[in-house]
Structure formats: C-alpha cells, structure tokens
Design a protein around this ligand. Structure first.
Ligand code: 3EB
Length: 339
C-alpha cells in the first residue's frame, strides 16, 4: 500500500472538480480564501492567506492505492483505505459552553473523545498525526491563553481514554486562524507509530508549567508503517531550544533555528527508520508565518536551506506562543524493502 501527498492549485471552477481522481483520494485539506468548490472526500478547510501562490486556494490530498470506505460518525467525516483512516472534525465552541469549563477546553476535550471513540470502533486505534486549528489562539480568556485551554481539554481526553499523555503520542501541529470552528484532522492506523523526539528540545509533553497548566500532547515526529511503506510526519517545529523561544522578534533567525530543529528530528528519525536516510530536500513542507510582511525575507532563506522551493506551501497563521513567528511541518514517505 502507498500513501502519497499531492499539493496543487485549486480553482473554483466546477471543471476542476470533475477532473479530480476521487477514487484514490483518502482525504486532505484546502487552504486559502475558501473560494473553491469543496471536494467530496474528508477535507479540512483552512481559511488563511497563502503566499508564493498564484492560486487563491491550494488543495493537499492524500492519495492511496487501496479501495476506500467512507463514513460520517461522531460528527467526523472519515475515510479509510486498508488499515489507514483519515478524518476531519469541526466543532463550534458555542455548542460546548458550560459554566464550569472554558468553551475551548470543553470543545477540544469533546473533539478528542469523539476521535478516540471512532478510531477504537474502527479498530484503527493508533493516532499517528493530528492537525489542529483554532481561532484566536493567543488570546487570553478568563486568565488563560486559549492555546493553553485547548491543551487542557486535549490532555484530559488522552488520559480519559487511558492513552497516557507522554511518550507514545502523535505528531501534531496547532495553529491559530482568524476565525472559524475548532478544526481537527487526523490520521490513524492499526499499528502504533514510532514517536521521535528532538535532543535539542525538551519534549513538549514535559514542558514545565510556565508554558501552561497542562503540557501539549504531541511528539516531535512519528514514523508509521503501511504494508511496504514507511511514512514520516514531522510535527510543527518552531524556534524553541530546550523549552524556551529563541530569537524573539527575528523571523529569519527563527526560520534557521526551526530548520535546525527539523534537521535534528530527521537525524533522530533516521536512527529509528527502516529505510534510507530522510533528507531536508525530499520533504514536503507547510510553513506557517505569523506576519505576512516576513515572507519576502524568509522565502529565499528557506529555499536555500531546503533546496526544494516547489514543495513548500506558505500559510499565514498564528503560532501557539506569542513570541514565535514561524512554524514548519513536513512529510515524506519511503518504500520498504521486502526484508
Ligand atoms: C512547540 O514546539 C511549538 O500543541 O499540537 C508545535 C507542534 C507546537 C504541535 C501542538 C504545538 C503543537 O511547542 C508549538
């Protein structure tokens, strides 16, 4: 079985909708101004300005070569192919407001509980990769930043489902958008992914409480296995060394530090991998920039360091610490030998 990530400009015209290879698409995301026709497969809508793109929207799709089974349960639109499941869930915080719990905390807890119920029912209980988007991520509400509220709900759900909140946790990203619901996309499988950490960074699940009452629940990367293929998900990676933000106010220095962290994660992944070494040049990237004005300075720096500008999608989004200006995530897949 193979899983492949394809990025392309998407247009609003119905013609492009017709030409899509629907049968092979497990799911994906559309990024941009939302003007395109929505596809029929599970799609995460990421309404955010794009850079370096002549298109108003970009479509990222996960293609597979096995038959698909699709469903809608727990409010999750999902599709599975072999022992791989991709799902998307959007929850409005206003539907989960209660007097005791901040709405976002209640909503993130509910979202993850639904995800765990679905993947356990589908007997694909191992979460490999999660993509989290929420409005106003850095805004303080009732004395706590919303990202930190999100973290409480997420960790509660992991613990409630006896998954533990350290060690074997999925690769992830968590970004802020201008508005919209809590949006979570995820990939799950029948086998646990192999978590990868970064020796330059404290594991996020071990962050001290100065970064929030509950730690974020994610690993720095995950290696996961399909029949005949190894896939590598590199989590959102930022300018953090140890547990501290470095180079505050300097987007170019943060970009270099973030890529140094991606390189360190690749080196760790390569120790664990069953395939030839992963390189920066082969990865497909999503790069999130807090400030649109930083793009023209950052783009040549990243293009030079990565060497594959065609495989980078640039998106404007808020990062989960107010002093972080950039976050970089990546994906690659390698064929496995028959041994
Ligand atoms: C960091 O390293 C930056 O909360 O799921 C990166 C990737 C970050 C995932 C998450 C947060 C998350 O702490 C932020």
């Amino acid at each position: 079985m193979t899983l492949q990530l394809i990025s392309r400009a998407a247009s609003a015209s119905p013609a492009s909708a017709v030409s899509r290879e629907t049968a092979a698409v497990l799911g994906g995301a559309v990024l941009g101004d939302g003007s395109m026709t929505l596809p029929v497969w599970p799609v995460q809508r990421i309404f955010a300005p794009l850079f370096a793109s002549t298109a108003a929207c970009i479509e990222e799709t996960w293609l597979t070569d096995l038959p698909l089974v699709s469903g809608n349960s727990e409010g999750i639109i999902w599709s599975r192919s072999g022992n791989l499941l991709y799902g998307v869930l959007e929850l409005d915080e206003s539907d989960f407001a209660d007097v005791k719990t901040p709405a976002l905390q209640a909503t993130s807890g509910e979202a993850y509980r639904r995800i765990f119920r679905l993947i356990e029912a589908q007997k694909l209980p191992h979460l490999w990769r999660v993509w989290n988007y929420l409005a106003a991520i850095n805004q303080e509400v009732d004395g706590l930043e919303r990202y930190r509220q999100f973290n409480i709900g997420r960790q509660d759900a992991f613990l409630e489902f006896h998954r533990g909140a350290t060690g074997n946790v999925p690769a992830a990203c968590a970004l802020g958008l201008a508005g919209g619901p809590l949006s979570i996309a995820f990939m799950a499988g029948d086998q646990p992914a192999v978590p990868v950490e970064n020796p330059r960074q404290v594991s996020a699940y071990d962050y001290p409480t100065e970064y929030g009452p509950r730690s974020p629940t994610f690993s720095r990367a995950a290696l996961a296995y399909l029949p005949g293929q190894e896939v590598l998900f590199v989590s959102g990676t930022a300018s953090i060394v140890g547990c501290q933000t470095v180079h505050p106010g300097d987007a170019v220095a943060q970009a270099r530090e973030s890529l140094a962290n991606v390189s360190a994660v690749l080196a760790e992944a390569n120790q664990l991998s069953h395939s030839p070494p992963y390189t920066l040049a082969e990865l497909s990237y999503r790069v999130y920039l807090r400030h649109a004005a930083d793009f023209s300075a950052l783009e040549p720096v990243l293009a030079a360091l990565i060497g594959q500008p065609g495989k980078i999608v640039y998106v404007q989004a808020d990062i989960c610490r107010h002093d972080l200006l950039i976050e970089i995530e990546a994906f690659a897949a390698h064929a496995l030998g028959s041994d």
